[in-house]
Design a protein around this ligand. Structure first.
Ligand SMILES: [Zn+2]
Length: 50
């Protein structure tokens, strides 16, 4: 509980932060391009390209 999952969109690079409970078992669609988003449990990896 309290776990946060970062979702990233490989299509447009958008990020979304959702609770693990909220996103568990769901395919998250990108709010910007409606593409499938990929979960990033180790969100630190997503910051190196900034
Ligand atoms: Zn997108």
């Amino acid at each position: 509980m309290g776990d946060t999952v970062w979702w990233s969109c490989p299509e447009c690079g958008s990020y979304a932060e959702l609770s693990a409970e909220e996103s568990a078992g769901f395919a998250i669609s990108c709010p910007d391009c409606q593409g499938p988003m990929a979960s990033q449990w180790s969100w630190e990896d997503t910051h190196h390209a900034a």
